[in-house]
Design a protein around this ligand. Structure first.
Ligand SMILES: [Zn+2]
Length: 232
């Protein structure tokens, strides 16, 4: 299995790795900084280079349960056992981190069930199970306040047993954790949000920066889609 360095430190932009498999245009390595598509967050893109070669990574996915870097069609391929340098498109990923963290803030402001969501570098959205209209101005002001408060953001792993022994954790969570995988990764924004999440986040909410509520769309009688944008 690939060691997922981005889950330990989301600020890693590069790493070295050894190629464990190289077939078609898919390359697997023993560790990576590339985030694979999942949890509403897009896959990382970037570059892979090795002695005598270099290629663009255009996508990252779980294929057969493990991470595969998808190389641009027609690229040269490193061989199994080669040492490679992996480098993500950091500007794009950092926007994903800002958006992803802003999504947690939005979910803490609008305390309704979340029925869907999507993150991109340009705009993101969360769908809420709610009939009420959304007061854009009030929600925007609450978001801005949480960003200005610069709350620390952290991740920790707990076992299902620890979770069972601390029922107050589940009560404070906005989403029930998935069971059956042994360890659960919790994302905590101090005094704001606690929920299971595997994505990449900022260190503190201040880094979200200028965030703005965009269109609020009515998707069915009981569903409101709230779009957010980064203003830079
Ligand atoms: Zn998250």
């Amino acid at each position: 299995m690939t060691r997922e360095l981005f889950r330990e430190d989301s600020y890693l932009k590069t790493c070295t790795a050894n190629v464990t498999e190289s077939t078609g245009n898919l390359v697997r390595t023993d560790q990576t900084v590339f985030y694979p598509l999942g949890g509403g967050q897009p896959a990382d893109t970037g570059q892979i280079s090795w002695d005598g070669g270099r290629a663009n990574v255009i996508d990252t996915r779980y294929v057969d349960g493990d991470i595969a870097h998808v190389l641009e069609e027609g690229s040269p391929l490193p061989q199994t056992g080669d040492k490679v340098d992996l480098s993500i498109d950091w500007d794009r990923r950092y926007r994903h981190m800002r958006m992803h963290t802003a999504m947690h803030l939005l979910g803490s402001v609008l305390r309704y069930g979340v029925t869907g969501g999507n993150i991109s570098a340009e705009k993101s959205r969360l769908d809420f199970d709610m009939e009420d209209t959304v007061d854009k101005e009030a929600v925007g002001a609450a978001l801005t306040e949480l960003v200005a408060a610069d709350r620390p953001v952290s991740c920790r792993w707990i076992t299902e047993e620890e979770l069972d022994e601390n029922p107050e954790l589940v009560r404070t969570m906005s989403v029930q954790p998935p069971r059956g995988k042994g360890a659960i990764r919790l994302l905590e924004i101090e005094n704001v949000d606690l929920q299971p999440c595997g994505g990449t986040h900022l260190r503190s909410t201040g880094e979200v920066g200028a965030v703005r509520i965009g269109k609020v769309e009515k998707k069915g009688r009981q569903n409101r889609r709230v779009n957010i944008h980064l203003d830079d």
